[in-house]
Each structure stands twice: as structure tokens, then as C-alpha cells.
Design a binder for this molecule. Structure first.
Ligand SMILES: [Zn+2]
Length: 465
């Protein structure tokens, strides 16, 4: 059985969008010369003859924003026709900026020159650190792309993990846990956030956690949120209906649990700040409906679906209560950034070490200034000779040659490449060819002969799971 793949975006001859088609239909259109490839990632074809008054289907774009990954799904009726998972690089941005500020601080205190004390300027309201803002920008890029290629009428976003309105002041107003199925999921998400996703008694992480009554129900404990915590299965069983002060010998821990149980979660808004930004941005392109994570989880559990970023996206909102997946593989998109703008790299002590090229080879005219300020324009002869890091190329390895350097061999000495066609992201351009990573090993391709240029670098790597 063949793998079900994402449906294909179709553009009319005037570049206006049409309804998406099954990949088999797209293949037929391409082989019959009725359409041409417009874009590779995501796969978009353009018709060569204009269709007048086309009838358009209605699509929903559904998004589940996360800190590491954001899931996207496009839904038509009950069918999920397209899935994508986007990996963010917030961690890299954060560590890069921390490194830079460390070097800067060291440099300025080392020079001992007098510098007037400077207070940090006040940040504008709505300011987010660059590592988080990057998430907003990349999600916006993809919303923009989908809205350009597909007749989307509504964007549905999981804006909050749990509904604060529904459980406003949960500890004080004494809202109880058993209030319908959806409410149970909202409270669970709230508790997960409040108790740091770990067992309150033993601190176990990344396991199934159960809602646990601090004062057991059989001893008259209430269903109020202030009497609830999370525990692993073992701790929950061990505790049973014991009194919590009998169960916990560590008095310090006991005091912490009791105090935490009484304090409502304060920074729920901060937790959701990126998501709120994403919703604001999405409103520029289409009407937006926002939903809670509790509902997403309920939809996923009710339909017996496994956890996954794009599966969660498909389960967002009321329309996610019943979905049929027409695609088995989500498109994986990994944010790599556009490289560094540093004109002078530093060594590990923060001293200037390496002078980098002033501009990148992009296939377009390159403007260079020499040290006297004279402008020199270099026009590449053809785009194939001017390949840049991040471009995706298709090439054939005909013969595997063993080279002394580890170009064609992995670090452990094993040959990693078989002779066949590859589609790879260029790691480093070399004077005549380029280097790619195959199975973690650096492989040098010595010439551009026979290599096909597939996709111009746009800051992302594309894969299928
Ligand atoms: Zn435990």
C-alpha cells in the first residue's frame, strides 16, 4: 500500500488559488503538460491554461503553537488534506545572544575605559525576547504562504493551554473538578502547568500523571482545584487514602505542596504570550477562531489518536472533534535561519578571529566594496555555479571513491553513501561543488556537473518523517 501524502496546492494561470488536488491528479496534470511546478516546498503546481469561474472548496487552517514545534493542518470538511510540522530555533537564538552579551560584557570591563553608566531602555509593551519573537515570525511566514496558495476561510488556533475564564480564580471561587468532560480536560491542563508537569511527591517527569486529591475523597476531601495535585501512578497507589502528612516524611516538601496547592497560577498570561501574538498576527490574513488545549486533548483522546504536533493541530477546536486523515506523513520544516551577519567571527575567548565574506552568493548580482570604497559588481555566470549554504540540490553519486579525508567516509571510517540520486540541503559551498550531510557524515561533491538545483535557500530545511 502506498503511503498517503499531502494534497497538492494548485494555482490558476493568473496565480490565484484553486482547490487542492490529490497527488495522483497533480502528477497526471504535470505529465500531460497541463501544469508546471510552481514551488517545491510546499508542493504547488500552476495550471498552464486559465480556468474561468472556478468553484472553490472551503478550507480551515489549524495551528497548534508550541515552544519547540508548531503543528499545522489544513482541513476540508472532515478531511485533513495537508499536515506540516515546523521546528523552531528559539534555543539557538537565545544561546547565541547570551554568548554575544557575555563577550561584550567581558570586553567592556576589560578595557577599563570610562563609560557612563547606562540603564536599559524601557521595553515597549508587547515586547517579546527575540527567541520568542522568532516563533511568531516563522508562524506568520507560513500562515502567509498557505493563505496565498489555498482558499482558506478560517484560521483556528489553540491560543491557550486551558481556559482561564472557565476556571477563573479556581482556588478561591471553589470551582470543582467534576463538571463535564471538557472541563475535566481544562483543569488537567491547568494542573500540569501549575505543578510543573511532574509528580508532586517523587518529582518524576515525562510519565503519565494522575489527578490526585491531597486530602483523599474518602476522608472528606473536596474536588476543589485547591485540593488537587498531580502524582505518578505508583505514588497515587501508595498514598491511597492516607493523610498527606503521614505519607510524606519530608516536612519541607509537605509545606511546599500545601502552600502551592493554595496559590493560584499567576503567570498563565505569560505562558501564553507567544500564542496571543500569533493570534494577533493571523488576524491580518483571515478570520481567526481561538480554542483551548483542553479541547484539543479531549478531541485527540476521544478519537484514539496518537500524540503529534500536526495531529494536535488537526484536533484543535470544534471542527477537530471528528477528523479523517488523508495524509500519513507531515512535511517537516526545520528553521535554520539565514546564517550569521557577523562580519568578524570570534574565537572562544571573544577575540576577533575570522573575517567572513561580506556577502553571500545568492545567484543574483553581488555588490562588493573594496577597502578604497570602489564598488565592484560580480554577476554569476549561471546559478548552478553559485550555490549557497541551505540550497537544496538533487545529484547522483555514481561511484563512491574512498578519499583520505572524511569526505566520502563517516567519522568512524564506514562508507555512508550508496551510489544513487540524493536530494540534500547544501551544508557548505566549495569552489567547484558543495558539501552535504548524508546520514550524519560530511560528503563532498566535487563538481556541479549533473547536479540539479531544486530549491533556493529560504532559511528552512524540508523533510518527510
Ligand atoms: Zn511519584
Amino acid at each position: 500500500m502506498s503511503l498517503l501524502t499531502n494534497h497538492v496546492f494548485v494555482l490558476n494561470k493568473d496565480k490565484s488559488f484553486l482547490s487542492m488536488v490529490h497527488p495522483a491528479r497533480a502528477r497526471k496534470l504535470l505529465t500531460q503538460n497541463k501544469a508546471a511546478v510552481f514551488r517545491t516546498y510546499p508542493f504547488v503546481i500552476i495550471l498552464l491554461q486559465q480556468i474561468m469561474n472556478p468553484s472553490l472548496k472551503q478550507y480551515f487552517l489549524k495551528i497548534d503553537p508550541g515552544s519547540q514545534w508548531t503543528g499545522f493542518a489544513i482541513q476540508c470538511g472532515e478531511e485533513i488534506v495537508f499536515r506540516m510540522e515546523l521546528k523552531h530555533r528559539g534555543d539557538v537564538i537565545k544561546s547565541d545572544l547570551q554568548k554575544r552579551s557575555g563577550f561584550r560584557r567581558g570586553r567592556r570591563s576589560r578595557n577599563l575605559r570610562y563609560r557612563q553608566e547606562r540603564f536599559n531602555k524601557k521595553k515597549k509593551s508587547g515586547w517579546l525576547p527575540p527567541s520568542l519573537m522568532h516563533r511568531v515570525f516563522t508562524v506568520e511566514t507560513w500562515i502567509k504562504r498557505f493563505c496565498k496558495f489555498c482558499p482558506i476561510i478560517l484560521i483556528e488556533i489553540e491560543q491557550v493551554r486551558f481556559d482561564m475564564q472557565k476556571i477563573a480564580n479556581p482556588e478561591i471561587s471553589g470551582i470543582e473538578y467534576q463538571q463535564g468532560t471538557l472541563f475535566g480536560y481544562e483543569v488537567r491542563e491547568y494542573l500540569l502547568e501549575k505543578w510543573d508537569r511532574e509528580c508532586a511527591y517523587c518529582g518524576a517527569k515525562n510519565i503519565q500523571l494522575e489527578v490526585e486529591h491531597i486530602k483523599a475523597k474518602s476522608n472528606g476531601g473536596s474536588d476543589r482545584v485547591s485540593n488537587l495535585t498531580l502524582a505518578c501512578h505508583d505514588c497515587n497507589q501508595k498514598k491511597g487514602n492516607m493523610n498527606v502528612d503521614d505519607f510524606l516524611s519530608d516536612k519541607h516538601k509537605l509545606a511546599h505542596i500545601l502552600a502551592n496547592a493554595q496559590t493560584p497560577l499567576k503567570d498563565a498570561a505569560v505562558v501564553n504570550s507567544t500564542r496571543i501574538h500569533i493570534v494577533d498576527v493571523a488576524k491580518k490574513y483571515n478570520p481567526v477562531n481561538t480554542w483551548t488545549g483542553g479541547r484539543t486533548k479531549m478531541n485527540r483522546v476521544n478519537q484514539n489518536l496518537e500524540k503529534g504536533h500536526s495531529i494536535d493541530a488537526a484536533c484543535v477546536g470544534e471542527s477537530g472533534s471528528k477528523v479523517i486523515f488523508l495524509t500519513e506523513q507531515p512535511l517537516l520544516v526545520i528553521a535554520f535561519g539565514h546564517g550569521s551577519r557577523q562580519s568578524r567571527r570570534t574565537n572562544d575567548k571573544g577575540f576577533p578571529a575570522l573575517v567572513t565574506k561580506k556577502c553571500k552568493n545568492t545567484g543574483r548580482d553581488i555588490v562588493q566594496k573594496d577597502e578604497f570604497g570602489n564598488v565592484k559588481i560580480i554577476s554569476p555566470k549561471n546559478e548552478y555555479t553559485h550555490i549557497t549554504a541551505g540550497d537544496i540540490v538533487r545529484f547522483e553519486i555514481k561511484k563512491v571513491r574512498s578519499v583520505k579525508s572524511n569526505h566520502i567516509q563517516a567519522v568512524d571510517g564506514k562508507v555512508v553513501v550508496e551510489p544513487k540520486w540524493y536530494t540534500c540541503r547544501v551544508k557548505t559551498p566549495t569552489p567547484q561543488g558543495f558539501e552535504v550531510l548524508i546520514k550524519g557524515g560530511r560528503v563532498g561533491i566535487s563538481s556541479m556537473k549533473g547536479a540539479k538545483f531544486a530549491y533556493r535557500a529560504d532559511g528552512y530545511e524540508y523533510k518527510f518523517r
